[in-house]
Write a protein that binds this ligand. Structure first.
Ligand code: SF4
Length: 846
């Protein structure tokens, strides 16, 4: 049995009871016959991980639920998570200051000033709610904190008066949660709404997953890094159409990878379409635990538990998988991915070729800037900054470049945003901080920065010349996503690559250079310097790791960062109910946190509010990046007293439903196929033909008592696990999303908000349907008839009277999900459960 299924089996044995448990165990063993299963099992993780932008809306919902309970005459303090919830404040750090030694200090100051009100709210939550812990700004990126501080791999819990060792299993409200799979902790990303379900004691239900085994053999060639392997795995697994399966790595090649390298590969599970990218525990895992300062007893417990329960990695084992692929590590080369999708793998020498395909012609070539200047060069993301080996490699390129007198051209915005404050300690001890600084890679802070799109303003010359059409700027980053607009709203092209290659491209300044053959730059003596001259050897990296790494750094630096005086100075209320400020443009009590939210199921005829194509990301649906100063959202905020020049990012407004409703589909690159060419976030009102903001059109339909749905192509909701992508659609009144396929987490979030995800047959995609304003869609999905994966009649009524009948399939996987849809979503379900418990208690007392 794959190790991931052994872990699910353990979870079912421990948490389920009676016939349900027997059925789950039977189904898991049945899986071994066929490698697949239609059966559902309950999964009860031991903890929940969140970040500031997913936790803020979840905690706002809890604050609003407490209000609703108080209004129903129930003690609001009764509503608390039942599991530990760890929140990292990492997603709001922006790169304002860079290439200066005090950049980190400056940026954290900006961050706390800009987010003061939201952070006060988070502090309220940590004081008013039991079991909620907050890691303040500066403590690092959530997944790195999870690797270095939170994960125990095996934890001890009391049960029936005894101490039991059990596997550490968790969920997180972020799609890169599977990074923790790199050290043998089973965990994956869920939507904020699913996390709320789990937090309040309901299990998450899942179909026993198909498991893809990735057999690794061989050893990575010299110069090839974990990033290259992660990008290769992404391309190979996307190539076989992985979509939501669990992935597990096996074979002798696994033993050649360090736990840090495995974590890089595990992190990119959402990019390769998987729920997990699991590496079982072995000696390398224990070495990692030792290197990051875990105690000897805790490490020995991991060894003993894993070996005795048969969960310890065996490189010779060949478990039964649903399907397998083989990757020979010897064949992995130096890669990048881009310029628009992480699965588009290229050899690093092919960047220039891929750019030439875009055939960009400058309006007026700039005297100094190349056609495709490197505008952003960012060593960023939990993916590629958590493994000290990758940071050492980047710093060694900087050292070699410094020695040859190379500098970074003035138009390149450089940044280094590690996931852990310990990075500064080990880089400094290895003597590499000055080398990085010499080529502009000063530490800009410990948070998501460029990876989440908080790249800050572009250098003036880049912004100006791009606006004039004279250049096509490019981002080079060690992140994991490069969808157009993700890195920066004005950047359409981005390449993902290893941190040392980011440094090399920063020095080159020109994305069109082929670094496989062209010199990176000229040395101070005028001689050309080639990439192979800068690239570190494996031995150099090893020497720096030996010199720099000290186990004591990880805990000490984290504890020091926890004592952030700017955070401690925020004066936060401690009352059980949050005191909403009616004038706030940051935090508003959301209307959907109500017992009576109502189900959206039914038999109805709806207008398509929007029709969109393939690969619509949650960034398209609910942007996280900077709020454009010339947008309608900006007008709305300025009318309420905000400063047009300091509106912050959309992600910082997720506590304000009025803003987020207006922000829905606010994306320059989103095309509304109902009438292409409309202004950003606009649509057509069917009966009047008016083109207006989407939220205003939605309001007109609602006022007229008319239903709306959304139609999309393949992979709707790909990208970040953003519950606001679903909440925004609920606020627009969308009752169902009809798509050719859905990304896993967004599908679950839609259900969490009571919206029916409906799979269209392949011949009914948006391009086949060619829907026009005035066409309407009839959907037959009343609550009593809705079944997991059941048929749903869909009928297109054309404006000219033609009718086209078909059948969709409910993208609903479990009975629990149908129940949530009947309730109107997760929040009404939690409220009803709490009220029922209270009524039961009162009845018993009476
Ligand atoms: S993937 Fe990027 S945005 Fe997500 S947690 Fe990691 S650094 Fe932050």
């Amino acid at each position: 049995m794959p190790v991931v299924l052994r872990l699910l089996l353990e979870n079912a044995l421990r948490n389920m009871r009676g016939p349900e448990r027997d059925a789950a165990v039977g189904a898991l063993f049945q899986w071994l016959e066929t490698g697949t299963s239609e059966s559902e099992i309950a999964f009860q993780p031991g903890r929940v991980l969140m970040h500031d932008t997913t936790s803020t809306p979840a905690l706002v919902d809890i604050a609003a639920m407490r209000d609703a309970l108080a209004e129903a005459d129930v003690d609001p303090a009764r509503l608390n998570p039942v599991l530990p919830v760890d929140v990292s404040v990492d997603h709001s750090l922006a790169v304002e200051a860079y290439a200066r030694p005090d950049a980190a200090q400056q940026n954290i100051g900006h961050e706390i000033r800009r987010n003061r009100e939201r952070y006060r709210f988070l502090r309220w939550a940590s004081q008013a709610l039991q079991r909620v812990r907050i890691s303040p700004p500066g403590t690092g990126i959530m997944h790195t904190i999870n690797l270095e501080q939170l994960a125990t791999v095996v934890r001890v819990e009391p049960s029936d008066g005894q101490a039991w060792a059990v596997p550490d299993m968790m969920i997180g409200t972020d799609s890169h949660t599977p990074m923790i799979n790199g050290i043998g902790v089973l965990g994956w990303g869920v939507g904020g709404l699913e996390a709320q379900t789990v937090m309040f004691g309901m299990p998450t239900m899942l179909r026993i997953p198909d498991v893809v085994g990735v057999e690794l053999t061989g050893i990575l060639p010299p110069g090839v890094l974990a990033t290259d392997l992660a990008l290769t795995v992404t391309q190979r697994l996307r190539g076989i159409g992985v979509s939501g399966e669990f992935v597990e790595f096996f074979g002798p090649g696994v033993s050649t990878l360090t736990a840090g390298e495995r974590a890089v590969v595990a992190n990119m599970a959402p990019e390769y379409g998987a729920t997990t990218g699991y590496f079982p525990v072995d000696e390398h895992t224990l070495t990692y635990l030792r290197q990051t300062g875990r105690g000897r007893d805790a490490i020995e417990l991991v060894r003993a538990y894993m070996q005795r329960t048969g969960l310890w990695f065996d490189p010779e084992a060949r478990p039964r998988y649903t399907r397998t692929i083989h990757i020979d590590l010897d064949d992995v080369g130096m890669h990048v991915a881009g310029p628009r999708r992480p699965q588009d793998l290229l050899s690093y020498g092919d960047i220039a070729c891929s750019l030439r395909k875009a055939a960009f012609q400058p309006a007026q070539p700039h005297a100094e800037l190349p056609r495709y200047p490197v505008a952003i060069a960012a060593i960023t993301s939990c993916t590629n900054t958590s493994d000290p080996g990758l940071l050492m490699a980047a710093a060694l390129v900087a050292r070699h470049a410094r020695a040859r007198g190379l500098t970074v051209p003035h138009w390149v915005k450089t940044s280094l945003g590690p996931g852990s404050p310990a990075a500064a300690s080990y880089l400094r001890r290895a003597g590499l901080i000055e080398d990085l600084s010499a080529v502009g890679f000063d530490i800009v802070g410990y948070g998501c920065t460029t990876c989440i799109g908080n790249s800050g303003p572009l250098p003036d010359v880049i912004a100006r010349e791009a606006r004039a059409g004279n250049i096509h700027p490019v981002a080079m980053l060690s992140g994991n996503r490069n969808f157009p607009g993700r890195i920066h709203p004005d950047l359409e092209l981005g390449f993902l690559m290893s941190p040392p290659l980011v440094v090399a491209y920063a020095l080159a300044g020109n994305a069109e250079l082929d670094l496989a053959t062209d010199p990176v730059a000229l040395a101070s003596d005028g001689t050309p310097v080639y990439l192979h001259e800068l690239w570190p050897t494996r031995q150099e990296i090893r020497t720096c790791l030996d010199l720099g790494l000290q186990a004591g750094d990880f805990q000490r630096d984290f504890l020091m960062a926890l004592r952030n005086p700017l955070w401690d100075e925020l004066d936060a209320p401690s009352s059980p109910l949050f005191p909403w400020d009616p004038a706030s443009t940051i935090l508003r009590r959301p209307p959907f946190a109500s017992v009576d939210a109502g189900s959206l199921l039914g038999h109805y005829i709806a207008h398509p509010l929007l029709v969109v194509g393939d690969d619509i990301t949650t960034d398209h649906i609910s942007p996280a990046s900077a709020i454009p100063a010339d947008s309608l959202v900006a007008d709305f905020l300025v009318a309420r007293g905000d400063d047009r020049d300091d509106l912050n990012v959309f992600a910082s407004r997720r506590g304000n439903w009025e803003v987020m409703m207006r922000a829905a589909f606010h994306s320059k690159t989103l095309i509304n196929l109902l009438r292409p060419g409309m202004p950003v976030a606009h649509t057509v009102h069917a009966s009047s033909g008016d083109v207006a903001p989407i939220w205003a059109v939605a309001q007109r339909y609602r006022d007229a008592g008319e239903s709306v749905v959304l139609v999309a192509g393949e992979r709707y909701g790909t990208g970040s696990s953003r519950d606001w992508a679903a909440k925004g659609q609920r606020l627009l009144g969308i009752r169902a999303v009809l798509a050719l396929s859905f990304e896993r987490i967004h599908r679950s979030n839609l259900i969490g908000m009571g919206i029916l995800p409906l799979r269209l047959p392949p011949d009914m995609g948006p391009s086949a349907l060619q829907l026009q304003p005035g066409d309407r869609i009839e959907i037959g999905a009343p609550a009593p008839t809705l079944q997991p994966r059941g048929d749903v009649p869909v009928c297109i009524h054309r404006k000219d009277g033609r009718v086209q009948r078909s059948t969709g399939r409910a993208a609903v996987e479990t009975k629990l999900e149908t129940e949530l849809l009947e309730c109107g979503g997760v929040i009404p379900a939690i409220l009803r459960k709490t009220l029922a418990a209270e009524q039961g208690k009162r009845l018993a007392q009476a």
